[in-house]
Design a protein around this ligand. Structure first.
Ligand code: MRU
Length: 369
């Protein structure tokens, strides 16, 4: 059975409740935008692309069920805008839902202005646009995997490759295949992966609960390490590249990703190991000049002081629990792996501008690093 974070067919959406993994594999229905908002906020579904997909699909579901004004295209446009604005308040750091909302608003505006459009016609085109996102994400991830694997193999022309990754960027964080885990999978499919080390990713344990589960499920050779073992693993286990995902990439290449990513990049620099960020261009935010402007979500201290009901810290201790950190572009020494190719951070801005913003345009520019 292949794992999937999101199950959708017209009129029905369910998500794998990731709070219950690895113990239970339970799909739960999402029947409204409010329910999607809660699932995203509570991290039943997480990972930048999956958040965007579940948010948008919940809107498609409401539209299919007849929610919103029936008679007037302009009123329907306003309704969609209001639902998207609400969804965007669930979690602040990942930009993918914001980018998809932007694109969707543009589609709706164009369609709403075309002569003779009815509210029903508009409703149908919004649903179709959203449904197309699932397949697009899978395709983008395959491309990211292929570009990243090719780039790494240029540095390692013979034999197997040992990688290190962080958090969960796989099937469970996307529509399928994954971004950084897509690169891992592509190398494995080519018979060139020796092993991937995955960090446990405290405090939410996406690495031990989700990535380890996914890699074991798919029989990819993997070893779980404590976050604090990362530098020693790089030095003692021949790590040849670090590959992580992204929640938002600013136009200078600074990248927000799961807390702990920055220290991995520092350690990789010390050991001369190339550091890659693998993300679809929908994770890029060309409007942001640098990482200092990326909003960083802070989560409840309880995630650090407790494991489920088990108390791990003295009651009353102050806690700082940022969910993400920013890795400065100069530490992204391998490159930024997108569905278009691999870019040096300094080249990303131009690539995005040439393509008219993230995700637009048909012909990919060539890999440039
Ligand atoms: O808090 P999370 O689990 O949503 O954080 C996820 C990450 O940081 C991932 O690395 C990122 O979203 C990329 S997922 C393809």
């Amino acid at each position: 059975m292949s794992l999937e974070a999101i199950r959708y067919r017209r009129g029905s959406l369910s998500i794998l409740n990731q709070l219950l993994l690895p113990e239970q594999l339970r799909y739960e229905p999402v029947d409204s935008v409010e329910r999607a908002w809660e699932a995203i906020r509570a991290m039943e579904v997480r990972g930048a692309p999956a958040i965007a997909l579940v948010g948008c699909l919940s809107l498609a579901l409401e539209l299919e069920a007849g929610a919103g004004p029936a008679g007037d295209a302009a009123e329907l446009e306003a309704f969609v805008g209001e639902r998207l604005r609400f969804l965007l308040t669930a979690r602040p750091t990942a930009v993918n839902l914001g980018r998809e909302a932007e694109r969707l608003r543009a589609v709706v505006r164009r369609r709403a202005q075309s002569p003779g459009v009815t509210a029903q016609g508009l409703r149908e085109s919004i649903i179709e646009h959203i449904e197309g996102l699932l397949e697009k994400d899978r395709e983008d991830n395959r491309s990211i995997g292929a570009h990243g694997a090719r780039h790494i193999l240029q540095r390692v022309p013979e034999g197997g490759v040992t990688l290190l990754t962080h958090c969960n960027t796989g099937t469970l964080a996307t529509a399928g295949y994954g971004t950084a885990l897509g690169v891992v999978r592509a190398l494995h499919e080519q018979g060139r992966l020796t092993r991937v080390f995955c960090t446990e990713t405290r405090p939410y344990n996406q690495g031990s609960r989700l990535t380890a589960f996914e890699l074991l499920h798919d029989r990819v050779p993997a070893t779980l390490i404590a976050d604090s073992a990362a530098a020693a693993t790089m030095r003692d286990h021949g790590v040849q590249a670090v590959v992580v995902g992204a929640d938002r990439v600013a136009s200078n290449g600074d990248t927000a990703n799961k807390i702990g990513t920055y220290q991995l990049a520092v350690a990789a620099r010390h050991h001369g190991i190339p550091f890659y960020v693998a993300a679809p261009t929908s994770s890029c935010d060309p409007a942001l000049p640098g990482g200092a402007d990326i909003p960083i979500e802070e989560r409840p201290g309880r995630e650090l002081t407790h494991f489920q009901d088990l108390c791990l810290a003295p009651p009353g201790i102050d806690v700082w629990n940022p969910a993400f950190d920013v890795t400065p572009h100069d530490l992204i020494t391998g490159g930024i792996v997108t569905e278009w190719g691999v870019f040096a951070p300094a080249e990303l801005r131009q690539a995005l501008a040439e393509r008219g913003g993230a995700g637009a345009g048909p012909s990919p520019p060539k890999s440039s690093v």
